[in-house]
Structures are given as C-alpha cells and as structure tokens.
Ligand binder design. Structure first.
Ligand SMILES: Nc1ncnc2c1ncn2[C@@H]1O[C@H](COP(=O)(O)OP(=O)(O)OP(=O)(O)O)[C@@H](O)[C@H]1O
Ligand SMILES: [Mg+2]
Length: 326
C-alpha cells in the first residue's frame, strides 16, 4: 500500500458524495448528487434501470472520473487517491465474474493474491470464507458448477477477502432464489455488525426494506433519501387504497380507463401481488365510487381499504413524479 499520509483524508465518513455529476457526451448519467453513508450502515442505492446507480459506484471506486463534484471513500478522494480507495474497499460488480474454471478455493486464493495477502492470511481467509459462505465440502468444486446462490456468496467472499471497511455490492442477488437471497442478506448484516459499511443496489423491494437508509435515483437525480420508515411517511404524494378483486386484470383495465378519462383522479394504479394498489389524493372520498365502478362491470370486490404505503409504492411515486434533492 502506498505511504500516502493519513492526513490527506478530507473526511472520515465511509462514503461522501458532493454534487457528483457524470456526463457522457450530452447525456447526464449522474446529475448533481450529494449524500453520505455512516460507518456500519447498510445503505440501499435504488433506482430503475439506467438511473445512474452503477455509474455512481464506478465514480466512488475511481474507475471513471466525475465530470464535476467529488466522491470520497473513507476520506480518500476517489478520483485522485484511487489506490488507497481500492485497498480499503470491496466491490462486487453487476457482472462480477468468478473464474468458472477455478475451484471455489482457488478463486478465493486468486483474489487474496491480488490484494497481497500473505500465505498465512490466505489460509485463514479461505477457511473463514468457505465457512461463512456455507461452502464446506464444496471447496474443490469447480465454480462453474456451483448453483447461483453459492456463486453469489463465494463472489462476496472474494470481494471481501482483504477485510475491506467499505463494500459496494451492485445487484448482488440478481437472479437468485429467495432463500439464497435471505442467506446473502444475513452475510451483509454480519459484515455490518463487524463495522463494515455497505452500499448495495437492488431491484428487490423486500431487500430494500432491509436497508437502514435508502437513496432513490432516477434519471441521474437523487429524488429521495431517508430511512425506509421515514420515506413511507414523507415521500408518498397520495394515499394508497388496496383493492382485492375477483378478476384483478380486468379490474386493472377498468381502473386505468377511469384514470385516463379523469373519472377518478388516480396518481397510480398498479398490481401488487394479487391485489391492486391505487394511489390517489383522498382514498376515503373515492372508495365507494371505485367499488361501484368495479361491481358495475361484474368485478367482485372482496376488500377495499386504505393501507400504509409499501416501499414499492414510495419508489413508484418517487420515480414517476421526481423532485430532485439538491
Ligand atoms: N460509458 C458510458 N457511455 C455512455 N453512456 C453510459 C456509459 N455508462 C453508462 N451510461 C448510461 O448512463 C445511464 C446510467 O447507467 P447506469 O449503468 O449507471 O444505470 P443503473 O442505474 O446502474 O441501471 P441498471 O439498474 O440497469 O444496472 C444509462 O443510460 C447508461 O446507458
Ligand atoms: Mg447498474
């Protein structure tokens, strides 16, 4: 590791972003984003496809330079102190590739070698990672033949082989079954308990609910930033009516038509599992009209009640009517 003085640090926060902007030609992928992440926090970095999540992470890692603004990791400027950043962070990229023709153990050894671990440290880390990833008995299995859940946990192990203080996980559980996803999140929380700061992106709202704070980015702009419970109280622009209907698809069509012709001022009508979530300014006022409308078209309404917004409701609301936080 370089002997860059500790005093070169500008801040002690694990992650600090100030007015960070990235343009590709005329296109602004990340637009004047500012936030910070506290020590030991599990921070969810959320947004639709193309929102600018990976671009933000790449700037935090110093892999690409910001057009303007700053990204600091553990006080190191990602753009100019990139080596120091790399020595102290773990990164599981969206296309994280383990070597499929190496065994689980060989992959850990390889990544440990990249980070300059001694052979004693390597031996110890291999044992620890195999144990925490639940890979006992599979040490010598070719990585290519491990199932998705094992691979993701091994990939996380490889990303943290050098005991980083800050870990960036870009959609680490994409395409993994719910049980493996839960096991993966147990590992995330285990790391956080040991003081590691985690920034994680996910499209799974159940995972986002597990984050201590979340930031929503859409079109490159930060549109919400808070704890999940706070966001549910402050970020929703309307009230949510949950509707149970005999034929949800038909009910959706009817309600969408009512939205289009302005009969009911829905902000949003969306399927939420087997139920429908309709967002509107005053749920109580339109409840009976909605019920009559559906019954009039032979759709039975088994339940209709105002519910607290889910994070998914908040997410959709923030993305549809963004108001940038600057
Ligand atoms: N090197 C590049 N050159 C040009 N445009 C780019 C480049 N990298 C990213 N973009 C664009 O910037 C926008 C943000 O991309 P980014 O990968 O950050 O999105 P994301 O939020 O990570 O999306 P996803 O959820 O799909 O991973 C996209 O429109 C993308 O096409
Ligand atoms: Mg991405």
């Amino acid at each position: 590791m370089s002997a860059e003085p500790f005093t070169a640090r500008n801040h002690e926060l694990p992650i600090l972003i100030q007015n960070l902007t990235k343009r590709f030609g005329d296109f602004t992928a990340v637009d004047n984003v500012s936030f910070n992440v506290q020590s030991g926090e599990v921070f969810g970095w959320l947004g639709p496809n193309g929102a600018g999540k990976t671009t933000t992470i790449r700037m935090l890692l110093g892999l690409i330079k910001p057009t303007s603004g700053n990204a600091f990791v553990l006080g190191f400027d990602s753009a100019t102190q990139t080596k120091l950043v790399h020595a102290n962070v773990g990164y599981m990229s969206q296309q994280f590739t383990l070597y499929s023709d190496l065994t689980a153990m060989q992959n850990i050894r390889f990544y440990g070698g990249v980070h300059g671990l001694s052979s004693d440290e390597l031996r110890q880390r291999i044992a620890e990672i195999i144990r925490t990833a639940g890979l006992e008995g599979r040490e010598n299995t070719l990585t290519g033949s491990l199932s998705g859940g094992w691979k993701q946990r091994l990939a996380l192990g490889c990303a943290i082989v050098h005991h980083p203080k800050v870990v960036f996980l870009d959609e680490p559980t994409a395409g993994v079954d719910p049980i493996s996803r839960r096991q993966f999140w147990e590992l995330i929380y285990q790391m956080a308990k040991e003081g590691v700061t985690v920034l994680v992106t996910t499209h799974y709202m159940d995972e986002a609910e597990l984050c201590q704070r979340v930031g929503f980015i859409t079109g490159g702009k930060l549109v919400a930033l808070d704890s999940v419970s706070q966001l549910k109280q402050t970020q929703m622009r309307g009230q949510v009516l949950e509707i149970g209907a005999s034929d949800p698809e038909k009910a959706m069509r009817i309600l969408k038509a009512a939205q289009l012709n302005g009969r009911i001022p829905f902000d949003e009508v969306a399927l939420y599992g087997a139920q429908i979530h309709a967002v509107m300014p005053d749920a109580q006022k339109y409840k009976e009209a909605i019920q009559r409308l559906l019954m009039g078209e032979d759709v039975q309404v088994s339940s209709i009640e105002r519910v607290a917004p889910t994070l998914e409701d908040v997410f959709i609301s923030s993305v549809k009517a963004p108001a940038a936080i600057v």
